[in-house]
Design a protein around this ligand. Sequence first.
Ligand code: GLC
Length: 809
Amino acid sequence: MGPSTVTGSEEPGSPRSGDGVACRYGAFAADGTEYVITDPRTPRPWANIIANSRFGLAVSQSGSGFTWVDNSQLAVITRWEQDLVRDCSGKFLYVRDAEDGALWSLSPAPTWPTYDAFACRHGLGYTVFESRLGGIAGRWTLFCHARETAELWLVELANLSDRPRALEVCAYLEWNCGVAPSPRREFSKLFLENWYEPERRAVVARSHMWEVPSVRYGHWNTSFPYVAAFASSQPVAAALGDKEAFLGRYGTAVSPDALRVQAWVPAFGRHGDPIAALRSRVELAPGESRVAGYALAVGSTAEEVGELAARTREPGNMTTALTDVRRAWRERLAAHRVSTPERSLDYIVNDWARYQAISSRLWGRSGYYQQSGAFGFRDQLQDAQVWLTIEPQRCRDQIDLHAAHQFTDGSVVHWWHPLSEQGHATRMTDDLLWLAFVAAAYLRETGDFAILADPAPFLDESTPEPLSEHVMRAFRRAFSRIGPRGLPFIGAGDWNDGLSAVGLAERGESVWLAHFLAGLLADWSEILRRAGAPEVAAEFAARRLALVAAVNEHAWDGGWYIRATLDDGTPLGSAASPAGKIFLNAQTWAILAEVAPPERAAACMAAVREHLVTPSGALLLTPAFVEPVPEIGYITRYAPGMRENGGVYTHAAVWAIAAACKARDHALVGTLLTAINPALKDPERYCAEPYVLPGNVDGPTSPHHGRAGWTWYTGSAAWLHRIVCEWVLGVRPEWDGLRVDPCLPPAWRQAAMVRPYRGCRYRFTIERDPTLPEGAAPRLAVDGAEIGGNLLPVPAAPGAAFDVVVRCR
Ligand code: GLC
């Protein structure tokens, strides 16, 4: 170990600024960009998903987790078992006192020691474990390099006691090098190989088989295309490569046999259960501290990975690399910020939700509840909206990538895996239309019509066609699936995956899809008009009118819109339905897509308030299905009140906030924003992380009403940012400029936002003015001068800055 460069400046457990929003397990610290957990026994694992665009790791407050490259399901480097109750599986760092044999870990897992002081700091791009035990202070920082395929550990130990200490440090991980989860270890280890390179202080691993179906190579007849290396910056006293040799027969990670034995038999090769264990000795005088580095690197050859590990494992380089990562996140999110009276909402909207959308959803495509790796056709397109105001080119790239996953008949794969390009073709009816939705959002934000010419191939035709053609084929395909009553078929599901059997015979209809399509037709008739295609623009406008008429003729249930009809014509989401009497999306999107005439809009929002709004957010439907209904689909098979089956499905609950804004219901906006804010929850009931959004919260039919789950891996994160900025603060791009139309919760007197628009910088100060008449449009002053109306025109040239003061009701 070298001399320490970054030793403990504060006591473990002390949030830095002390101004954070706290609960009994931890608090936001600094400027909200760190969440500091001081009691590691959180009700569920509280994780961090740390990634660059190719490589990443998931780590919980216990220290458990895993590492991947390029695909968090097909190319998982280290083993992990998804057991969120024990949460004791992953990569560990042990410290052993060589004199008295005391053994502990620098994160709670796997030894769960009683620390004298403890903090786990989850930050944007890194996690730090700080501990103090028996006079030894430890700090273990984990992060991934901003650009390289390397996970880095910066480890600092300080002797706070008044006697010299002889310690051993041992780093441990299990190699997976392939598809995960991989429960058939006895099979997969037959192909793994590891070896030790003493001059590089690195254990290297690879697999001679990759369990990915590939027509190209023949069944399973290909090697895992990566080599991994785990290297230490400090002299290695001993290295070990086999799990049984490390743990001992029937041993456990809590007290591995090997840590009590001095001489290690290396046990590398092709015939064991491959791990990497690296042990080093550290002698510390009283008051002395040391720092060491470990790198877990991935590359295409042993030579390349050895070089990468050697280059990145040095603590000096690592400190610079960590500074880079933190700077990159700060800069990435800097241009668009909000400030509201609710500080925890600012922390989430400004930093955590966008970090969640980028790190977990777009780059890692993994959470702690779901290791996906795939691109969902509709999912990552929606997530890519997070780039619109800060790096729109990345949204454009995502749109082009999805366009290339369409067939010539306009249909698309529901998801596909990068690396294997294995995709899932379904009869879901909405996926293909999200291409049009996100392309329209990109066009409204940027005005960059050149995107329409972006070339992309089809899955079944390699000749590229422009994006506009891809979008047209999606529309034409959707038009071909409109039934005799003028409503679209639901097929194997629409946005709601669980409505998987409603329309398998192509007779059942989707009312939500009708709303969605009607909104898209309005957008695209405008886009086509501007792009010089007036006839198609007129056709789309006419189709929209017909669709709106059909919805209002056939889908109004009396008090709200039904959600769908089954193949036999039975309505779903009707007051007459035995379960699922009212569905949220059928109401909120009737408002968002302007399908509902004013009196129906008022009625269906009133129904949402009466039947669906709970203190945990708006339910996706009520009442929940209690028995499986095969004619409806797997939504009915979830436990009642869970996920889509009558839970708060955060993705849709966030859309409800936009609808409440559009309906100008300030009180409901306030209720719904508070209801879904994870930082304002009682963790004993809510259970999940206070700093990121969950996929769902149990509804009232569950005995655990208010319990959150499926955190990180949810499309609600990108949407929350967009909706708070565009609907609550009300600054949204339209075709001819920025509309300013806030709908603040009643308790808010003011808010502020800075955001870029067409190369200029806009600073908004929003003030509530109760003297304005109810329903009055907000008053705007730009650089001190009042303007008429509430539309800021497209700026004449980039590079300017505008100060906009908004007075609103
Ligand atoms: C999951 C899917 C998403 C879908 C949602 C609702 O989050 O990834 O595509 O829209 O469930 O069923």
